[in-house]
Design a protein around this ligand. Structure first.
Ligand code: 5RP
Length: 232
């Protein structure tokens, strides 16, 4: 990752860590930007004795949080969260986001849905005028439904592909043991329609469009400053 982008992501990660106060119950996102927030939170726990606990959104964030000394919990033990933070792949002006480059979108959405505040951490490059123009939409599926779901995505105007493993033969297997389809659109003009169709398709577990969930977006800039978008 280029140094300037890293600095921007770190700025957003540190900013959300600075918003956390003792007693908060947190959702811990997945990806390189969320990882910087987890690390910054770990530093505060160590230096200030901050008392928090967090629900991780993936095996990756669980392992990192443990390394950083963040006490972990589950939604069974802690069903209401004060704040969840996470990265994103695309963010539009209506606070709709696409997530799931790291294949964690299903758990990320479950955790975000339990949080009073859902804070998205990005660098400027993730802001888009039109959704679905830069990154594919990840769709998590039961493997036997691959072809029927791909046909639904084609009917929605997308070009779907099964996400394949790197340093592993065959499809990527999610933390749930499922497959991911990456659906490239020219543009997602009607996210609500795509959401409805996908959630009504047997074999689809969830997808990476997050609609009406985000409360704040922290945009890290390469000079280390942070711009905030808050949804009223
Ligand atoms: C993982 C995600 C990530 O949060 C998203 O891909 C952003 O990642 P990064 O902060 O590394 O750019 O949705 O499933």
């Amino acid at each position: 990752m280029p140094d300037l982008q890293k600095a921007a992501k770190r700025a957003a990660g540190e900013q959300v860590a600075s918003m956390i106060t003792s007693g908060m119950k947190l959702g811990l996102g997945t990806g390189s930007t969320a990882a910087m927030a987890i690390e910054a939170l770990g530093v505060r726990i160590q230096k200030e004795g901050l008392q928090v606990c967090g629900v991780p959104t993936s095996f990756a964030s669980e392992r990192l949080a443990r390394e950083c000394g963040i006490p972990l919990t589950t939604l069974d033990q802690t069903p209401v969260l004060d704040l969840a933070f996470d990265g994103a792949d695309e963010v539009d002006k209506n606070f709709i986001v696409i997530k799931g480059r790291g294949a964690a979108q299903t758990r990320e959405k479950i955790v975000a849905a339990q949080a009073k505040r859902f804070v998205i951490l990005i660098d400027e490059g993730k802001l888009v005028d039109k959704l679905g123009t830069r990154m594919p939409l990840p769709v998590e599926i039961v493997p036997m439904a691959a072809t029927p779901v791909m046909n639904v995505l084609i009917a929605l105007g997308a070009r779907p592909e099964i996400r394949m493993g790197l340093r592993k033969d065959g499809p990527v297997v999610s933390d749930q043991g499922l497959w991911i389809l990456d659906a490239m659109f020219n543009e997602i003009t009607d996210p609500e329609h795509v959401n409805r169709v996908l959630l009504n398709t047997p074999g689809v577990v969830d997808h990476g469009l997050f609609i009406d969930m985000v409360t704040d977006v922290l945009i890290g800039l390469s000079d280390g400053s942070v711009r905030t978008m808050a949804r009223r």
